[in-house]
Design a protein around this ligand. Sequence first.
Ligand code: UGA
Ligand code: MN
Length: 478
Amino acid sequence: MKFNYIGLGTHSGIVNGGSGSGGSSTIGSKMSLGKSIKMYLTIFIATTCIYMVLYQYHISREPFAAGEVVKHQEKSSSYIASYLWSPISLLLANSSSNNNNNSTPTTTTTSTTATTIRTTTTAATVGSAGEKVGASSTSLQTVSLAAPKPTLHTSYGTALLRSGSVGGHRKTATTKQSITRTATKLTTTATTMAKTSAKQSAQTATPATTALSEHAHKTRPTFVAASEPPPLYIITPTYRRPEQLAELTRLGYTLKHVVNLLWLVIEDANHTNPLVAHTLDRIGVPYEYMVAPMPEKYKQTKRAKPRGVSNRNRGLEYLRHHANEGVLYFADDDNTYDISIFEQMRYISKVGMWPVGLVTKTGVSSPIIQEGKLVGYYDGWIGGRKYPVDMAGFAVSVKFLKERPNAQMPFKPGYEEDGFLRSLAPLDNTDIELLADECRDILTWHTQTKKNAPAQALNRTRYKNTNLEHIDKLLVRP
Ligand code: UGA
Ligand code: MN
């Protein structure tokens, strides 16, 4: 652009010079007229060019053409179902549509409302929060969860929700901020609704429920959390490697969206690693960090190793001592989890199963459901297994586990899931609850992280007194 202006300036200088030397003769004036026209034409073309360049620049700054932008909307039944499971989604939806919600009290489904009233009435004895609860049960007020009524949220939140009351010893981040706690409270409030819908859809995802759910995402009533949802125990095996802190960070922040959860992080090692503890503290999910080394004979083998087995068995042992209710789930540190699966698995009474993406050549490992019944399993490798499922594809009720004192995972590579599920016998196929929209949805993935070579040693002389001395201490080396 600058170049164009300079060009024009020079050109007009010549034109002026030319007209000056032409005097008052006709030829001179014709020449000067011709030059003027030429000058104006040049200016016109140059200006047009500049506009075009500016327009192109403007277009290139637009992130997407209008037709390429996909707006947040829920269409398929499974998506709606999962949307309801997710407490955070509920809150987000409310903040975008709370104007309507305040003025038009509408309930989600009849049965949801009924259950909620029952729950809230029971809680009416719980101090000041109870009063609020009692009031809402008589005149079931329906207000957006994210409606600007912070005092209401705070009052019942503080009294009723003991964040993470999942029994046993647990540690939480010391740096937890008040804003985080508030979010947890609100999330729990939303869970009451998710709980009821979860029960309905987890068992029978009827079209009627779907239709009602569809309406539900537009207007949301306030549901008061009178009791916490059943606890979740997430058993995560982990081991020392360059990717370890990254994997735990990613998984930890997924789990942070889930209320009433205890994260059992169990490392295949002889000692805990302060770097792991520091990472867990920073994430702020209630956790228990333990060690359970792989037996030496398996470590030495040249063949496939039973990865994460001693860790998981240590987790089971912990639960036998410290848990009485709720559900356990084996969440490997490198997989990917949609948080809605956690809200669904909470209510399992025996064993729940669902599909896992990115498993073997079939791309997915899943129970096969025909006419609502479990009729088999789809997986690229069956290997004579009774339960050819992936570790990320099932969860078990704590009560059910404790009724089977000998249930545990075998040190048998490839047969860990099968062996564990077999050890839960008696387990009838009809006792297996089919989650994720009766296994029509994928909410967990067996992702695998690329292995990184161990970081090379830092040249301490060259980088003395620099930040590198600090970050070098944060690198996990084998
Ligand atoms: C797959 C399954 O998803 C695992 O649940 C199963 O244990 C494993 O195969 C197996 O059959 O050996 P995959 O992705 O192949 O998992 O294995 P990894 O992700 O490397 O390990 C599974 C879990 O065990 C991870 O949480 C990992 O941190 C842990 N692990 C791995 C150990 O604790 N020690 C090890 O030496 C390796
Ligand atoms: Mn893995």
